[in-house]
Design a protein around this ligand. Sequence first.
Ligand code: UD1
Length: 426
Amino acid sequence: MDRIALTGGTPLNGSIRVSGAKNSALKLQAASLLTAEPLVLTNMPELADTRFMVELLAQLGVEIFWPKGSGRLSMHGETLSSSIAPYDLVRKMRATFNVLGPLLAREGHATVSLPGGCAIGARPVDLHLKAFEAMGADIVIEAGYVKAAALRGLKGARVMFPFASVGATEHAMLAATLARGETVLENAAREPEIVDLADCLKAMGAQIEGAGSSTIHIQGVEKLGGATWNVMPDRIEAGTYACCAAAAGGEVLLTSVVPETLSALLDVLTRAGVRVETGPDWVRIARDPATRLKAVDIDTQPYPGFPTDLQAQVMGLVTLASGASIFKENIFENRFMHAPELRRLGADITVRGSEAVVRGVEHLRGAPVMATDLRASVSLVIAGLMAEGETVISRVYHLDRGFERLEDKLSACGAQIRRIKSGEEG
Ligand code: UD1
């Protein structure tokens, strides 16, 4: 298994081009199942997760053309050969579960394994299934599989989510595009990736209004066509590099970003004493490495609140801040697994249930640490950039699920970071 070794203490200077959003790409990939025509995604991130999804789509009969390094993925599901998504593929990553709705809408039936993914809490799929039941599907759970059928097609329905789930909103929206009549999703999630998905579906011929607000109206259509769609920039990747620059000090220009989607983080960074400047599609992050960051409090919330996917990164960042920072995690239980690893570097963190208190210390010292989930892994990179000496992060396959060439992007800005390939000596 690969590891990442980094030595802290060098400021970052340069620019980083942010990749296409993983969390958007995965749902856009699932949309290819809704049409017999080609769906082409550009600005496509090449990640372990997007490759898992391609593997699953291929297994379902979608023809894939994805030249390495092209950033252009073409998916053509002219006819589907299967509507079964097996455990082996779905267990690796939760978003593969999103093929259920499109298969059900197009084929009238689907059998999909219950999902896996990051170990950040229970993460059930009950809201997804309730939405499909409201749309007339019969659902049975048997031997770890969800078997869904709507042999006469799905019908439009009013679906009220008890809380705003990103995955359930996207999944219901995908399926509703081909349902008979109107579907109304209430208390829908408002994340920018939902807007990206809705806009792509509209380019394919879907009728959707209100994506990005809490009520989404979808008027089902007979069929969808193909489209070429540019995946939106990854706000979590952008936010992560913003934290890296804030941690190491120096000046980094992030390009190919949508600054509005980063507002909650940029406010926090400003409060912490980081200089933030934004333009139409860029963000500049600057900090004098001689100055000390200030403590900040974080309360994770659905969009436009502070994203849970950036909580670990900011925790890594404030380990050296002056004062105490309080973190409240409201979206997932068990999402402080990075805290014990950060403590190995010398951080002072106390976790009590869904709250963590980080008391800023004077120094961090490099140590061997372990990545525990996708976002936790980059909090160790951020802390490692500030630590004295070398930090070696193992289990970086977590990081590879969501970050494209992280070590290349950071070393181009002067970071002392390298990948130690499995079998190589550190
Ligand atoms: C998506 C993102 C993930 C992000 C999360 C919250 C992708 C691939 N992943 O995950 O990176 O951290 O949004 O912004 O886009 N829940 C239920 N029942 C359900 C569905 C969800 O109880 O049927 C719970 C979950 O356990 C969790 C909360 O709802 O506690 C939020 O989950 P949700 O918004 O659905 O997140 P995901 O779509 O899984």
